[in-house]
Design a binder for this molecule. Sequence first.
Ligand code: IMP
Length: 193
Amino acid sequence: MTLVFATHNDHKVLELRQLLPPQIKLYSLTDIGFHEEIPETGNTLEANAKIKADFVKYKYGLDCFADDSGLEIEVLGGAPGVHSARYAGEQKDNEANINKVWQKLSGQSNSEACFKTLIFAHIHNQSYSFEGRVDGNIIRERKGEGGFGYDPIFVPKGYDKTFAELGESIKNQISHRAKATASLLSTLQHMIQ
Ligand code: IMP
């Protein structure tokens, strides 16, 4: 089976390639000769994942999947959500994004939040959608050096450290991305048996 992961992020492709059974050959957008960004114009994580998967399906006719993730903060009505990467502007600046979260949360005592990942897939002419979610709280200082994005201010439920402090191996067991990926893998495993 051949699958395209509709991303240019080599790190994500490598991670998935290591998790997939050897019968499944995984290609990135670069591998299939597409070097531009697919515009993510949807209003939800699922819509954006679908836009990227649809693009590959209808332009190249290939089985594929795409993902989209974001941080949802309860008292902000789910913001930054689908706008997580560009919350403080087009420059996709993690520091500025975190500062904006703190500014929006000032005076609020509820700090509950979750990370979500949506994976949308087209496989053998069927469409699939998988969601992964991890609940936690936003803290008002940066802690830890690891990870990316909002990791230094997100403490997952059941832990007393941020994602940035917990490190990759623990994060990869409990994260939103890990859970959505596990659902995708389980569906793929059934298909190749
Ligand atoms: P993407 O869809 O995986 O590119 O994620 C979009 C944006 O959501 C990222 O640029 C980050 O700002 C945020 N985000 C998604 N996943 C994580 C995570 O695991 N840790 C911290 N921030 C994340």
